[in-house]
Write a protein that binds this ligand. Sequence first.
Ligand SMILES: [Zn+2]
Length: 189
Amino acid sequence: MKDKLGNNIPRRINGKTNPEYTKLHNKKYYETHKKYFYEYLKHWQETHKEKTHKYNKKCRKKHKKQYNEYTKEYMKKDRIDNKEKHDIYDEEYKQRLKLMRVKILTLFGNKCSNPYNIDHSGFEKDIDYISCLQIDHKNGNGNKQRKEFNGANNFRWLNYILTHLLEFQLLCANCNWLKRKKNGEYIHK
Ligand SMILES: [Zn+2]
């Protein structure tokens, strides 16, 4: 016999509540009152921000892989859906990186440290001289390190340089190339 929810499951068995019935009943109730559940949850999260934050953090940690995959997919989609917003953000990011590079170069005096005493006077005056300057890792393991930082063009790497200035020096492209040749450092193949 069907109950008022249209289920074919008996409400009671041998005078006891049927757990299967309760389960289905709750599920149906949730489906028809979803809106209220969400509203309540939203309200609870807004009034318990700290607890929500803690819970979310824990959940993210536990489901890191799924979370990262979801974020990746979401960002991919969002890049297409909100292209203009992302273009502006990318441009701002680039500008901020540029400023940080300028800051580091200024700290090094905007000048090649000229380790081989080569005459730089010819091109030092050139307006594009600054763009020939490269931040060099003195010990020569910059490439390996950069890989750990996912490339050279990000804030983590630039921050590392800023906090470890003594490990680095400024070289022009010529001196950097010379140094690589002389020391047999990593050369792009
Ligand atoms: Zn130089």
